[in-house]
Design a protein around this ligand. Sequence first.
Ligand code: ADP
Length: 521
Amino acid sequence: MFNQPEKILQSYFGYASFRPGQKKVIDHILHKRHTLAIMPTGGGKSLCYQIPGLIMDGTAIIISPLISLMKDQVDALLSLGISATFINSSLSNSEQQKRLKEIKTGRYQFVYVAPERFESGLFLHTIQSIPISFVAFDEAHCISQWGHDFRPSYRLIVPILKQLHHIDTYVALTATATEAVISDIQELLDIHPEHIVNTGFKRENLSFHVVKGKDKRNYLRHFLEKRTEESGIIYAATRKQVDGIYEWLRREGYSVGKYHAGLSENERQRAQTQFVHDETNLMIATNAFGMGIDKSNVRFVIHYAMPMNIESYYQEAGRAGRDGEPSDCILLYSPQDVQLQKFLIEQSMMDDVTKEREYEHLQAMINYCHTHSCLASYILQYFNDLEAIEACETCSNCTYRKEKIDITEEAQMILSCVKRMDERYGISLTAKVLRGSKDKKVRELGFTKLSTYGLLSHYTERDITERIQFLIAEGLLQSVGGRYPTLKLNAKSVEVLKGKRHVTMYAAPIPTVETADYYYD
Ligand code: ADP
């Protein structure tokens, strides 16, 4: 049984060899160990459970949070001659009943279901009556409340599952997991640390870019003109923004589709199919699009606005280049994006503790947009992927080889201003004080009398803001608290103030290769 995987890989799937981590995961599952697989998007997670599912006796239950994905997966298996089916709310009641009866005969090797299925007594009864090889949680980060896409119905499955004593193997698979999410999944599913296979998140073929242009449409126009033949996704923050970009690009003659939750199931399905089959080149979408989409030749993913956290960003950006070919992940940043994300957090139904955590995650995302360090390393460091910290040499920061200037003195002015304002105010007011603004609030609070008032009056407020954000992004200053964060000094700030640490930054804002010619417009 244990030397079968290679044969199946070649005979059923037609691949010559395993990708990193696959063999280990398969091995654990075959030994009936609870297993957690953390692999980047495109790493080949599906094969990790499909191969053991073919070898082991009984039916494998695959829980997937995305209905749209199930049919594709099942069709793919059927086309290989493997018996598989799915049950979800897209099927009529009678069709669901029919499939349950078929499942009861034990004829399926794979059954895909949505988490909600475990709330149905009839379903539980059915799977209790047949041998089960294992239960796999696809997109397992959705199980954890520390994840960016927590689905309570997903988590509720676990206690139910533990009462079904004939199920003795759980498999969790995800492309994104922070330390907190990993230990949460591990605890919940009783996964032994030795049975976690983490191949890291590094995607060598992706180049990351942050663009802080004034005019996002202008950037897009220039970019798309050069990449007309390629497939790409443009993520926008709202449905309205999707509609706007879609209409504009359609008028310009591009081959575009759009996808957001405001469209009917039919419209969405059609747009997705056309994009996956290369009938349209560009997909303009909200974050509702993409989880589990198996399209290998996406050459670029552009975020028209900054997403709410690094997990979402890396997952969405990671839909580029699943075939391993060089691909670009571009984030178009503007300060308004931050306001929008804060608004969304405020509007949400989350409790205060969760909101606070979301604000922290948002701050890490903002820092990504302002750091002058390697962007790929920044992301990997965020996920604590410590082995992989090496400059990528392809991101917009690594490729911008201009000389850095020493801004230690300016940094000291900023930090000392923060201190003099009692570490109780945010970026905007601090920038105003340093600029020497006659703003009402600055006057009312008596900040015109501070020794740091007007110290950077030769800069614009925007330049000062940029420097403050740079200091935060480099960890030399902290921005603490939810909706209205305040600036606070930390140990590194004190080192800078004492002259024990020097601060350098690129002389001008960092343009990307593609944008250099119109970056300063
Ligand atoms: P993930 O779920 O990790 O994002 P998939 O399971 O969808 O990735 O796999 C991505 C692509 O890689 C699929 O087209 C799959 O068929 C292919 N693939 C998986 N394993 C291998 C392998 N060992 N060799 C070649 N291609 C593979």
